[in-house]
Design a protein around this ligand. Structure first.
Ligand code: IMP
Ligand code: MG
Length: 431
């Protein structure tokens, strides 16, 4: 049984890490986030309560857990204080007993946000000031939390008691043999070093980032688990080899909120039925749109419609390699339930040649065409299934095929946002 587990995104973020972390938090003593800032967005659903977090680890909604924000993070003081205040309004008491912040994490300043708004459009950043903040960090002119809290303002005052030597504390937890969950934000393909540069975020997203982003040694990590959707999505620009429809088509679409408002629930479900029919007549744009509607693929942080595509086994295998995965989680399998046929990308065709390995070279990626294997869908509701064996045979085959292509075992399959909609396929890499 591992004591220290790293959870990372296996694709381009939004894989459903928040739900999986919430699920594993049950048995964790400490939840420590190691990278990124409020470019991330986690939605956690507990019974009828919906929580949206950008900065604070979602372990905060569990009693008696310590949540840690590591030195690898970029923190906007206004955003974190508003998350704290929101939690307090909902009856959660926030103190250094349940939330601590590294003094070495960097502060996102207003000028970082302003700069990102002006310059981030080419990459399609979240415009939260992430890139400019890390730029100043690397240029050794950033503002760290430890210095920020000396200032005399409302935010500095609220954060002051929460700032601790987090590396010391996490290493004490390690020595005491406590269960520790190391939480990464974004996904492997957005990593500053290993992602599809320059269409990446500015932090170390991959499992290795857990060490530098928290101040622990690699020998202390027992298991690395990634989270992947049963298909793939991407927000912002950059190549997406299995994209269904085009980036322009997706960007032209309305947000789900506007669709609901304009159409009403009844017309929306009529529209969806039309899209299902077209998707099953092999219309690619409709397939992508169906993934978007069924999967609610609209950004938590920006509200943008996400680009969607079929599962990319090359990208997944790459993520397995870069992170040294022990196992991975497949989420949102239920989103595929309306499809009669489901595709998996097994190879890329590049200039007439077959490519078997992913590359993060965007010049090459842009020219790659997906080679698909087609599998049977199951066309029934699986959202209430309780075990792997109970899944329709074709759903089991789909998971097993992906597992074989990635060459890493699947440990959890998720069939919906609720905690109950989680199947444990293998236990050995979990607490
Ligand atoms: P930035 O992190 O705001 O600088 O954005 C850089 C790229 O990463 C853009 O393509 C964003 O859409 C993407 N990105 C950043 N954070 C997330 C996330 O949490 N989920 C999905 N995409 C993200
Ligand atoms: Mg997200």
């Amino acid at each position: 049984m591992p004591k220290t587990i790293v959870i990372v995104g296996m694709q381009f973020g939004d894989e459903g890490k928040g739900k999986i972390i919430d699920f594993l938090t049950e048995k964790a003593d400490l939840i420590a986030r190691f990278n990124g800032g409020n470019n991330a967005g986690h939605t956690v659903v507990v019974k009828n309560d919906v929580f949206k977090f950008h900065l604070i680890p979602s372990g905060i909604i569990h009693k008696n857990k310590l949540n840690m924000m590591g030195n690898g993070m970029a923190i906007d003081p206004k955003v974190i204080v508003s998350e704290i205040e929101d939690l307090e309004r909902r009856g959660y008491n926030i103190s250094e007993k349940n939330l601590i912040i590294s003094g070495n994490a960097h502060i996102i300043k207003e000028k970082h946000v302003e700069e990102d708004v002006l310059t981030g459009t080419k990459i399609g950043t979240t415009a939260m000031g992430i890139g400019p903040c890390y730029t100043d960090k690397a240029a050794r002119k950033g503002l760290r939390i430890i210095d920020y809290i000396k200032e005399d303002n409302k935010y500095a005052k609220r954060l002051r008691p929460l700032v601790k030597d987090t590396s010391l504390i996490i290493n004490q937890y390690l020595e005491d043999g406590k269960n520790i969950l190391l939480e990464g934000a974004q996904g492997t393909l957005l990593d500053i070093d290993h992602g599809t540069y320059p269409y990446v975020t500015s932090s170390s997203v991959v499992a290795g980032g857990a060490c530098t982003g928290l101040g622990i040694g690699p020998t202390k990590i027992d298991a690395v688990i990634a989270v992947a959707k049963a298909y793939i999505t991407r927000v912002g620009s950059g190549p997406l080899v299995t994209e269904l429809g085009t980036e322009e088509e997706t960007n032209k679409e309305d947000s789900i909120g506007k669709l609901r408002k304009d159409l009403g629930e009844q017309s929306l479900s009529f529209l969806k039925r039309k899209i299902i029919n077209k998707a099953n007549e092999d219309d690619e744009y409709s397939q992508g749109r169906l993934l978007r509607l069924n999967g609610m693929e609209y950004g938590t942080t920006t509200g943008r419609p996400r680009r969607t595509g079929w599962f990319d086994a090359l990208a997944a295998r790459y993520a397995a390699r870069i992170n040294g995965l022990n196992a991975f989680v497949i989420t949102k399998l239920d989103v595929l339930s309306d499809f009669k046929k489901i595709k998996i990308c097994t190879d890329y065709e590049y200039k007439g040649k077959d490519l078997n390995d992913f590359t993060n070279n965007v010049e090459i990626l842009k020219e790659c065409r997906p080679v698909y294997e087609t599998m049977d869908g199951w066309c029934k509701d699986i959202s209430k299934v309780k075990s792997f064996k109970e899944l329709p045979e074709s759903a089991q085959e789909y998971i097993e095929r992906i597992e074989k292509l990635v060459n890493v075992p699947v440990c959890i399959v998720s069939l919906g946002p609720a905690r109950e909609q989680t199947i444990i396929a293998r236990k050995e890499f979990l607490f």
